[in-house]
Design a protein around this ligand. Structure first.
Ligand SMILES: O=c1ccn([C@@H]2O[C@H](COP(=O)(O)OP(=O)(O)O[C@H]3O[C@H](CO)[C@@H](O)[C@H](O)[C@H]3O)[C@@H](O)[C@H]2O)c(=O)[nH]1
Ligand SMILES: [Mn+2]
Length: 706
């Protein structure tokens, strides 16, 4: 436990590509002498294990947290920052109740001095104003007291996606309305087009933390951009200075004596400076240089950096680890053992070093910020080789060769970071830069598909599609029809154009000169139903016209509806009253005669005479459709009256064949309907009197029926 009673610095790492920021932040705090514990929250599911290993080299404690993603990230696009999708994870800070206080700092911050006074701040929640909207605080630096009330309240907001910017800052500002306002110097957020230069000049010496807000982070930017003296670029240089101190080639302690000098006396104990070995996948020069002697630090507990770096991955939880474990290695020789660092892998700024061929004569220095387009691995090697070459060849520097050149060397020289803590390690600066010239580089497209995968965190294309939301009507009133609708216009009509029927083209000559047909067929005459047939009860009383009425155009038949008689069917005459009426008969004959004149085809037409042929004996001429067989025609009395199927109109060949008799049906000769009816009546009364006989009877009948 340190002097601040459970107060820690804490940062958050959600992705591998922010690793350089997290490392530089921790180094900058340590370099400035803080003794407070450095804690890093990290999301194991989103990070490579090598990244976590790297964090372990500088942070005292790593705390895994599960990432909290904004499920409704639309507001993130207002900032054009879809990469901030998981910053709700910051809420986990309030669950760190093992600490009294947490001074949270974003990864993209570099400390110019360690703001240890924030560790003992009284306020429950303090932050500095945001440069974009100063009524809000910027959530990149917050001094807070972990507690579960705030934690659950914040988590509830996060789960409902309540944040005006879609990320943590919008959410936290909605929750912490009364925040203790800290000085802007605790979270100085310069922008590339920084406006208030006089204020910067006035306050710059008081700045504690520089926060590189926005999508562009220092490690993705050129090491140096013009104008060099702009506030932003100067502050950017401060970030690179820390990075270079710990990760940049070359790192060659000039002389053992100077290393000795760097030990910082703190109180009554000699405390070794934070020593960070520049770790590359190559053999450092001092191993190959015999002049590099072993040097011993004065440390409390000599610890081999080499051994520590080869420990199995381990996540520390809660238990304290004295920060001096990370202090200087006891033995420079150990420290010099090559260890591969992951950090430069995520630093694109190295690409902003131009590889060039020095022309002759040298021209004034200008910097070309474009990148040499090499993969990182190649570059590292190139750097390494070049470095060796540089060492050997720089004194003469006459040959034309590819070499890495650091144009910003003079401004990124390590310098006293604060008056309180003098520089802890002296550097031998690389040989002074050779004169530079600007080199032409073709404009680079955003990414080269032939060399690299598409850039991460780019905007999905579908987002630019227009979105439209339709809402359900919330009107609860019933539909009220208007009292009247306007009259439909009356003058709106038009002639339907008649479509002329196309006449089929004639093929044969008789089609165009066809004679008019004169013959008329009986079948063609439509049957006319007499709706109310006049059935004279007394044919005698009927006065028929003595003269034939003018022929009606069509009907020759009359269908008489069947009227069930109340009398017994035995008295049924089986004939129509008018059939016997001579007047009617005569009338019909006149029609038939008329027809015959106009070539009526009728059964009589078989005779050559146009008039009425003499009746065949036993075959009377019929004028009725429901005719009954004559005595001659019928072989026996039919069961029911049925029309006789006559050969119609002399066509004897068609349809005259008798249908085969049904099986099991008694022949008509054997069937006496009167006797059958009597039998039926007898059985009926028998069953009524003796119902018990019914079933035996039925059985007998069905048996007989078979
Ligand atoms: O890919 C990512 C993105 C974010 N982070 C972490 O989340 C922090 C916030 O993201 P950052 O890119 O620093 O956001 P800023 O550009 O600083 O944007 C502002 O808006 C953010 C969202 O509200 C706040 O989190 C910041 O504090 C605020 O400065 C970072 O520092 C990291 O700690 C990652 O580790 N990986
Ligand atoms: Mn930030």
């Amino acid at each position: 436990m340190d002097s601040n009673g459970g107060a820690v610095y804490c940062t958050l790492l959600l992705s591998d590509n922010y690793l350089p920021g997290a490392m530089v932040l921790a180094h900058s705090l340590r370099d400035n002498g803080t003794k407070a514990r450095l804690v890093a929250l990290f999301t194991p599911d989103r990070l490579q294990s090598t990244t976590i290993d790297e964090l372990r080299t500088v942070y005292d404690e790593l705390i895994p947290v599960s990432s909290m993603v904004n499920d409704t990230p639309a507001n993130l696009w207002l900032m054009d920052r879809p990469d901030l999708i998981a910053t709700f994870t910051k809420i986990e800070l309030w669950r760190l109740t093992q600490y009294q206080r947490v001074v949270y700092i974003d990864c993209d911050v570099v400390a110019l001095r360690a703001p240890d006074e924030l560790l003992s701040l009284e306020a429950d929640f303090a932050a500095a104003p945001d440069v974009g909207w100063p009524d809000c605080f910027n959530s990149g630096m917050m001094a807070l007291r972990p507690n579960l009330q705030d934690y659950y309240a914040l988590r509830a907001l996060a789960q409902r996606g309540i944040s005006f910017d879609g990320a943590d800052q919008g959410l936290l500002n909605m929750h912490f309305r009364d925040w203790h306002r800290l000085s802007f110097t605790y979270n100085c957020t310069p922008s590339a087009n920084y406006q208030y230069i006089p204020a910067y000049k006035h306050f710059q010496s008081t700045i504690s933390l520089i926060h590189f807000i926005g999508a562009q982070k220092p490690w993705n930017m050129p090491r140096q951009i013009v104008p060099l003296d702009s506030p932003y670029n100067q502050l950017l240089g401060r970030w690179w200075a820390v990075y270079d101190r710990h990760y940049r080639l070359p790192f060659v302690p000039t002389a053992p004596a100077e290393i000795e000098k760097t030990a910082v006396s703190q109180g009554d104990q000699v405390h070794a400076p934070r020593y960070d070995v520049p770790r590359y996948g190559i053999t450092p020069h001092h191993e190959t240089q015999p002049t590099c002697e072993r040097q011993t630090y004065h440390v409390e507990e000599p610890t081999s950096f080499h051994e520590e770096s080869h420990q199995a991955p381990r996540v520390e939880h809660g238990h304290s680890k004295p920060h001096h474990e990370h202090s200087a290695p006891a033995d420079l020789h150990h420290a010099a053992v090559p260890v591969l660092s992951m950090v430069p892998q995520y630093v694109r700024g190295e690409e902003h070093v131009s590889t060039f061929i020095p022309p002759l004569p040298p021209a004034p220095i200008t910097f070309a910020p474009q990148l040499s387009h090499e993969t990182y691995e190649t570059q590292t090697q190139t750097q390494a080789q070049t470095q060796t070459q540089t060492q050997a060849q720089l004194p003469t520097q006459t040959q034309t060769q590819t070499q890495i050149h650091y144009p910003d060397e003079h401004i990124h020289q390590p310098q006293p970071l604060t008056p309180i803590h003098p520089p802890i390690i002296e550097y031998k600066s690389p040989p002074s830069p050779v004169p530079e010239v600007s080199t032409f580089e073709a404009p680079r497209s955003e990414w080269d598909p032939s060399r690299e995968p598409p850039p991460v965190n780019t905007k999905p294309e579908g987002f630019s599609l227009q979105q439209k939301t339709y809402n359900m009507s919330e009107d609860t009133h019933l539909f009220q029809p208007p009292s009247s609708y306007p009259e439909a216009p009356k003058n709106m009509w038009y002639e339907v154009p008649a479509k002329p029927e196309p006449k089929p083209t004639t093929v044969f000559p008789w089609e165009s000169h066809a004679p008019k047909p004169t013959r008329v067929f009986v079948e063609e005459a439509p049957v006319e139903f007499v709706e109310n047939p006049v059935i004279p009860e007394e044919p005698e009383q009927h006065s028929l016209p003595s003269e034939p009425t003018p022929p009606r155009p069509s009907p020759s038949y009359t269908r008489v509806p069947f009227e069930p008689s109340a009398e017994s069917w035995q008295t049924y005459s089986r004939s129509n009253a008018w059939d016997e009426d001579p007047e009617i008969q005569r009338y019909i004959e006149t029609i038939q005669a008329r027809r015959t004149k106009s070539q009526v085809t009728s059964p009589e037409a078989h005779s050559n005479s146009p008039g009425r042929s003499p009746p065949t004996p036993g075959f009377r001429p019929s004028t009725k459709i429901t005719d009954f067989p004559t005595e001659v025609e019928r072989p026996s009395l039919p069961v029911t009256p049925a029309p006789i199927h006559r050969t119609s109109y002399g066509d004897e060949a068609s349809g005259t064949a008798a249908l085969p008799a049904a099986e099991g049906v008694p022949s008509q000769e054997e069937w006496n309907p009167l006797a059958q009816l009597e039998e039926l009546h007898r059985r009926h009364s028998e069953v009524l009197e003796h119902p018990e006989l019914l079933f035996s009877r039925l059985a007998a009948v069905s048996y007989r029926g078979r």
